[in-house]
Ligand binder design. Structure first.
Ligand code: GTR
Length: 339
């Protein structure tokens, strides 16, 4: 990996390393009995669509190999933050990892493309673009960092939420302390709106909101709900500034030990879990929205989203600098028409 995902934070914690080591040991023991279980990590709870999708992938693998290939996910962030577990995945302490694209932004410039503010017009646009060769090219860009990109999953649109006030215009963001994932791109986006960006792992957000260390954050409906952030930050403003996907990666070290046949099986099972995930995702977004409206979260629409888009536009020039990036951005924009 060229730039460590731990830049500025000093590597995975001892707790994370110990947890991953213990989990890997346990799996080796049971893997000898029931076939080869890949150890995977996810920060979301076990009922979240990303975890369920990897469970579906595991089911397909078991079915197609008579249980020889399998995946076991450690959910709920048991093994640590996305940034820490990515590092462990690269050196082979974990076989697989489901993360957002954000922690990969500072590692691989191609991953900044789907995370650009206001690039995708809709979820449908994102799905169309990432199902095309553009998506394959972005997944393949991870290989040189020791990660094999298996598939993209949905993550819906991200919106701002905070404890202070509704956000209607970029001016309303001024001075707010907003948590972002550990990504330079996200930091730049928040600064472009005149707010203060505080990068931290999602597991720290709830407590930081309670203690007033941050005023708010930004995320999709399901994460805002499942992390209980809505209990503290009750203003949810539908800026829809990013529609970036999740990604499922495999450790290159583990991958290199697989036969060609098993690689094809792994790729196919990951790909086949995507439509399953999308169905779960759409239902989960609706369920989270309905629940949060019912408990009285103060939701507001944005009448002039072009004002947000214009304010955040300089971020594109800062992070889209190579011809290859520009070509992919153009290809994605050309796929916007159909909605
Ligand atoms: C969620 C995403 C997580 C994590 C989180 C965050 O939407 O599913 O993987 O990236 O956002 O903001 O840290």
């Amino acid at each position: 990996m060229r730039n460590s995902p731990n830049t500025g934070a000093g590597g995975p914690s001892r707790r994370t390393l110990l947890a991953a080591g213990a989990a890997a040991g346990a799996l080796t023991a049971c893997g000898q009995r029931a076939g080869r279980a890949f150890l995977s990590s996810d920060t979301h709870p076990s009922d979240y669509p990303t975890v369920q999708a990897v469970d579906e992938m595991a089911r397909l693998l078991r079915e197609r190999t008579n249980g020889r290939l399998d995946v076991k996910t450690y959910s709920g962030g048991q093994l640590g933050s996305e940034r820490d577990t990515l590092e462990i995945t690269v050196f082979g302490g974990l076989d697989m990892n489901r993360v957002n694209l954000a922690p990969l932004n500072s590692i691989e410039p191609m991953t900044t493309i789907p995370a650009l503010p206001f690039l995708f017009r809709s979820n449908a646009h994102m799905r169309r673009a990432l199902d095309s060769p553009v998506g394959d090219e972005i997944l393949a860009s991870l290989t040189r960092h020791g990660l094999i990109g298996l598939c993209f999953y949905d993550s819906g649109d991200r919106n701002f939420y905070n404890t202070k006030r509704p956000i209607y215009t970029p001016a309303d963001m001024k001075g707010l302390k907003i948590r972002v994932p550990n990504s330079d791109l996200y930091i730049a986006m928040i600064r472009a709106l005149g707010a203060d960006a505080t990068p931290m792992s999602i597991s720290e957000v709830y407590q930081s909101l309670v203690q007033g260390v941050i005023d708010g954050a930004e995320n999709n409906w399901p994460s805002y709900e499942s992390g209980r952030h809505f209990e503290v930050a009750t203003y949810y403003s539908l800026t829809q500034h990013v529609i970036a996907p999740e990604v499922l990666v495999m450790s290159g070290r583990r991958w290199n030990k697989l036969t060609e046949e098993d690689r094809a099986l792994v790729r196919q099972a990951a790909k086949d879990s995507v439509p399953f995930m999308r169905t779960l995702w759409d239902a989960r977004v609706e369920a989270a929205r309905t629940k949060l409206m019912a408990v009285g979260v103060k939701v507001n629409e944005i009448s002039d989203s072009a004002a947000f888009s214009a304010a955040m536009r300089p971020v594109w020039d800062k992070y889209i600098v190579t011809d290859r990036q520009r070509r992919l951005v153009q290809e994605i924009e050309a796929m916007a028409e159909a909605g």
